[in-house]
Design a protein around this ligand. Sequence first.
Ligand SMILES: [Zn+2]
Length: 189
Amino acid sequence: MCDAGALIEVMKSLYQKGLITVLSGNASVRCGKGFLITPSGVPKNKISELAFVDLNTLGWSGPKPSIEYRMHAEIYKNTDAGAVVHAHNPKAVLAARLGAELDPEQYVETKYAMKRIAFVPELEAGSSELAEAVGEASRRADVVILKGHGAVAWGRDPYDALNKLEALEYLAELSILELSFNRPSRERT
Ligand SMILES: [Zn+2]
């Protein structure tokens, strides 16, 4: 809880791994009656200060929070998440577009990293519609793919949520390869 250092480190990792561009993506940790979240418009490899958002009022203090703060708030309201991480996973976005199955049970890497993946339709970034759709999906999944946009994962801490996004990208890569071979896994013996 309130682990700002872990959050800053996770944002650097996302950027280094190509899961976000320098000004996209956001992450937060639950902290008291609200959550600490990455600021808006600050390069992700240079974050030093976080914004605090109150879960009841959605009022904030410190630097201006990420535009997706409502989405983070909805996940904290609907789950026991300790941290929420949102990235723009390129392969996961493509896999969803291609209609890949994306079943975490298929591989050891994903089976133990996450429970369930849900999908939400393409909705405007930063909108309350997107926040509500993700909040609703977070009741039945711990990884949510935002079609044409990216993915958001929640977990006990920022590293747990990051691990889910990395595992999702692994699953998406294998699913795209599988589609390209035109050989669905269920047809294998
Ligand atoms: Zn985004």
